[in-house]
Design a protein. Structure first.
Length: 229
């Protein structure tokens, strides 16, 4: 693959707590220049990015991040506000506690609620928005991962995503391959966390990832200055 082809898979990411306006501006300029799939940024920056770049930049933000244990009602409000501010893609974190408690119906209902907002909220600036569901694989058993593949599919989400990048481990090829075997035909895969080398990027794409969340791809492939998680 060419560098440009790989960059088209990248959600160019900066989610660290200390992210500054200048770092976010650099991230956005890199994304525009190198045509990454999106920028993935804290919700507090979405409006200013949209005001500065408009439709020149695909804005992704995170909901219930990074721990996921906000109530569903709070996540719905977060999502509505993010869409109102100009986000086009929502990366939500599931409540891992629900999964560990075996409360899969609650996990399903939460994802459905956010999908409904993304699919037709009057808060959105235009059209249907993409919902990605972070299941934080480092905390789940294989059976729980497989169960979540079914739930994400049944909820109508657009992507299943491996990790926040803030857990005990990030994406693995084994998890992407497991997802590919167990998700429905309309669900795509996003790998995130620990994907840092060119070989990693190509391997995750070959394994079935349609998006990769990383802060290092632009610096690695295009000489940019991404700042990391």
């Amino acid at each position: 693959m060419t560098n440009g082809e790989i960059l088209s898979y990248i959600d160019h990411t900066l989610l660290k707590m200390t992210s500054s306006r200048e770092e976010i501006k650099t991230l956005c300029e890199e994304a525009v220049q190198f045509k990454t799939a999106s920028v993935c940024v804290p919700p507090s920056y979405v409006k200013s990015i949209y005001d500065a770049y408009g439709d020149k930049l695909n804005i992704c933000t995170v909901i219930g991040f990074p721990l996921g244990y906000n109530t569903a009602a709070v996540k719905v409000l977060e999502t509505e506000e993010a869409l109102r501010c100009g986000a086009s893609e929502i990366d939500m974190v599931i409540n891992v506690g629900d999964v560990k408690n075996g409360n899969f119906e609650k996990a399903l209902d939460e994802i459905k609620q956010l999908k409904k907002v993304c699919a037709g909220s009057s808060a959105a600036r235009s059209g249907q928005k993409i919902l990605k569901v972070i299941i934080e694989t480092c905390y789940l058993t294989e059976d729980e991962k497989i169960r979540m593949c079914g739930i994400v599919t049944d909820a109508g989400a657009d992507y299943i995503k491996t990790s926040t990048g803030f857990g005990t481990a990030g994406a693995t090829l084994a998890d992407v391959e497991l997802f590919k075997k167990n998700i429905g035909p309309n669900v795509k895969i996003k790998a995130a966390g620990g994907v840092k080398t060119r070989d990693d990027l190509e391997a995750f794409i070959a394994a079935g990832a349609s998006r990769i969340g990383t802060s290092s791809a632009v610096k690695l492939l295009a000489g940019g200055s991404a700042s990391g998680y």
